[in-house]
Design a protein around this ligand. Structure first.
Ligand SMILES: Cc1cc2nc3c(=O)[nH]c(=O)nc-3n(C[C@H](O)[C@H](O)[C@H](O)COP(=O)(O)OP(=O)(O)OC[C@H]3O[C@@H](n4cnc5c(N)ncnc54)[C@H](O)[C@@H]3O)c2cc1C
Length: 353
């Protein structure tokens, strides 16, 4: 790990100058920014790559089940998205992220092409999904790239002898399953993890695999004791919503994290959005996620996960009516906090942005 810049140097050199020259000399040391170097790359499954990153000392650590915001430059534009740690913290201080390519996805495809030596910028870890020490019974429901934080939590079971879990992991085809062999080995040596794969577009199935989507009958089969379980569901928005609908009322606790952005509400007439800090007024479709609508007009407001989880894009509503596209709730109280990645304008709006 590179040493942090010493105090004398801090007093003498401006941060951007230090960072510039540090990068010129091939170092990931930086004043306040958390930079990380790609030290290994591995094809994890069809369309998914695991990157091993060595962060500088600005990175403050994480717990299994958390995520971070990662920023990289693609064709001259800095893009930020969230990715989950796929391993519990390791003694070498390195971080493992597994990135699944998204069709036409701007950052996921660029990250899958990175090679050792590349440098990216990281935010600090965030997220509420964790296994506290002590007894706990869990149902992990993962679809697609939603396996990543649940992989870290499955590995973390080994450190908590009083926790047990059932993991059901959906993919369309077998060759898209990440960590399949590792998960089988983990379940074989760790009876406190029960493992099921579900493949929705694979005609050939192995013993113990399901061939259908999440439904009540499948739940009864894998979790007949649902009322005693804490459910963690991660994956595309529709999947997490299905999991919520089927389990929230019956399980001990439900925690869902959607990895795909909310959809626009149809039929929106144009409205005017005034941005006080940048002094701009733009016309955007009402009902569309504000972040995407502003980006479509060439603006780049600060943003992170794009799903309403990390709060990076939150700003103050000064005037007008906004709507949270996840919950449907409207926001009209001046001073309320509005996360523009999951909010739409429902009238002309003024934002402290
Ligand atoms: C908390 C959190 C953790 C995440 N962890 C991981 C992870 O560990 N591994 C991982 O691969 N991804 C993860 N994601 C998703 C990731 O943040 C990006 O959304 C994804 O990589 C797509 O980014 P992009 O720039 O390629 O796509 P964009 O250019 O932003 O979007 C392109 C198109 O794809 C759609 N889209 C956006 N995201 C997805 C998606 N996830 N699946 C399908 N379609 C999508 C958009 O609606 C758009 O139409 C996580 C998301 C969150 C919120």
């Amino acid at each position: 790990m590179s040493p942090a810049p010493n105090r004398l140097l801090r007093a003498a050199v401006a941060a951007p100058v230090f960072d510039f020259w540090s990068r010129q000399f091939g170092s990931i040391q930086a004043w306040d920014r958390c930079l990380a170097r790609v030290v290994a790359r591995r094809e994890e499954a069809r369309g998914a790559v695991t990157l091993t990153l060595q962060p500088n000392r600005r990175f403050a650590g994480f717990t299994p089940g958390q995520h971070l915001n990662l920023t990289a430059e693609v064709e001259g534009v800095r893009l930020t998205r969230s990715y989950s740690f796929t391993r519990p913290p390791c003694a070498d201080g390195r971080l493992r992220l597994t990135i699944k390519r998204v069709e036409n996805g701007r950052l996921s495809n660029a990250l899958c092409e990175l090679r050792p030596g590349a440098v990216v910028e990281l935010g600090q870890a965030y997220g509420e999904m964790s296994l506290p020490q002590g007894p706990g019974r869990y149902l992990f429901l993962a679809a697609g790239s939603g396996i990543t934080p649940l992989m870290a939590l499955s590995l973390a079971l080994e450190q908590n002898p009083q926790a047990e879990a059932t993991l059901v992991y959906w993919a369309q085809r077998r060759d898209e399953l990440c960590f399949a062999e590792e998960l089988r080995e983990l379940a074989a040596r760790q009876p406190r993890l029960r493992l099921h794969f579900a493949l929705t577009r694979e005609p050939l199935r192995l013993a113990g695999e399901f061939g259908r989507r999440l439904d009540a009958a499948l739940l009864d089969e894998v979790a007949p004791d649902l009322s005693a379980l804490q459910v963690f569901a991660c994956g595309p928005r529709g999947f997490v919503e299905d999991a919520r609908r089927l389990t929230q009322e019956r399980a001990l606790r439900f925690h869902g994290e959607a990895f795909t952005p909310p959809e626009a509400v149809a039929g929106g007439a144009p409205v005017r959005v005034q941005l006080l800090r940048s002094g701009q007024t733009l016309e955007v479709p009402s009902g569309a996620p504000l972040l995407a609508a502003l980006e479509a007009q060439g603006l780049h407001p600060d943003s992170g996960c794009r799903m309403g989880l990390c709060n990076t894009c939150a700003c103050r509503l000064v005037e007008g009516v906004g709507q949270n596209l996840n919950s449907g709730e409207t926001l009209a109280e001046p001073g309320s906090e509005l996360r523009i990645c999951i909010s739409a304008a429902r009238s002309d709006l003024t934002l402290d942005l």
